[in-house]
Design a protein around this ligand. Structure first.
Ligand code: SAM
Ligand code: SF4
Length: 326
């Protein structure tokens, strides 16, 4: 699939639910979260049908995300079905890790290739402050299980929050020293609740990490789905990566589209552009109708985000990160 700017699109991120068992301060409000009703959420069969058509047209990689994907009942069944679609080479999941310990084996058996665990700090009280929940021990157990069993590649996502020194980012980075896991630092994006926080720039953080751990050497040996650039660090088993949508804009290499839990195919993280696939799915639409709608949405995929601009655009995304899936 080629979009209107000549970019090859081979990756879809699917939000399987907008619900979550945490309330990260930069992602969801504490109160007043209005969950989409069960009837409005895409059913597994509908997700599979969309993925079948996407795979026939060139999508090779699928990420399951949310909300928290592991709170969606019977998720491993969906994972197994998606992994069996001809043309799908990689199936990954991004989770907060709270339910990972109990679901690890089922996910691995379903064919999930890689698990990304979001973990912004190892400090219990800062974790509680950032996620508004007391679940760090469950996440630690999930991570430990993933490391010990080793059936899926492991990545850690960490969003540095400017001004929270106690987040102890060096400690998070050290997970890649002590284990064969890749730690990726994600610049806070001004989407949803994220607009209320200042981001830590990649260059400043990299400088601080190099002072502590030695010179970082760029490396291209980590297979991923996109924009993360990785570094080898002296004495580290895993790599350190940065996903810096704000300070190192990567839209010219964008390879992805997103399917929200209510069936909207989104073509850019920042904008509302896309197409309502659920209406077609539930309105008796044919595969050809779906194909045409997807093609039209791709042709209109925006050139890139404009996070740097402070002005409000009317077509800016109104959904929060938990609804989009990150
Ligand atoms: N609940 C799962 C989790 O936390 O991994 C999956 C969904 S979450 C929306 C996916 C990723 O988006 C997480 O790594 C999270 O830290 C990140 N994220 C959420 N809001 C963000 C923001 N405003 N800027 C950058 N990353 C954000
Ligand atoms: Fe939930 Fe993930 Fe958002 Fe945190 S970042 S509130 S875990 S969806």
């Amino acid at each position: 699939m080629i979009d209107g700017y000549g970019r090859t699109i081979d990756y879809v991120r699917i939000s399987v639910t907008d619900r979550c068992n945490l309330r990260c301060v930069y992602c969801m409000p504490e109160e007043g979260v209005c969950s989409i009703s069960h009837e409005e959420i895409l059913r597994f069969g509908e997700i599979e049908r969309v993925c079948q058509i996407l795979a026939e047209n060139g999508i090779q990689k699928i990420k399951l995300t949310g909300g928290e994907p592991l709170v969606r009942r019977r998720l491993p069944e969906l994972a197994a079905a998606l992994k069996q679609i001809p043309g799908i080479k990689s199936l990954t999941i991004t989770t907060n890790g709270v339910l990972l310990e109990e679901m690890y084996d089922a996910l691995a058996e379903a064919g999930v290739d890689s698990v990304t665990i979001s973990l912004d700090t190892l400090d219990a009280s800062v974790y509680r402050q950032l996620t508004r929940r007391d679940e760090i021990e469950a996440v630690r157990r999930g991570l430990r299980t993933a490391i010990q069993k080793g059936r899926m590649q492991i990545k850690i996502n960490c969003v540095p929050v400017l001004g929270i020194e106690e987040q102890k980012l060096l400690e998070v980075a050290e997970l890649a020293k002590n284990h064969n896991v890749h730690v990726r630092f994600i610049e806070m994006m001004p989407i949803g609740m994220g607009t209320q926080f200042a981001f830590v720039k990649e260059d400043a953080l990299k400088h601080a990490l190099e002072e502590a751990f030695g010179i970082f050497t760029p490396c291209g040996d980590v297979a991923g789905n996109g924009p993360c650039h990785y570094f080898a660090v002296p004495g580290f088993q895993g790599r350190i990566g940065f996903i810096s949508a704000v300070s190192h804009k990567f839209c010219s290499e964008c390879n992805r589209i997103r399917l929200t839990s209510e069936g909207f195919l989104k073509t850019c993280l920042q904008y509302d552009n896309g197409v309502e696939l659920k209406t077609i799915l539930r309105g008796g639409g044919t595969d050809e109708d779906l194909r045409r709608a997807i093609g039209q949405a791709l042709a209109e995929k925006p050139k890139g985000h404009s996070f740097e601009k402070k002005t409000e655009f009317t077509d800016r995304e109104h959904r929060g990160m938990s609804q989009i899936g990150g």
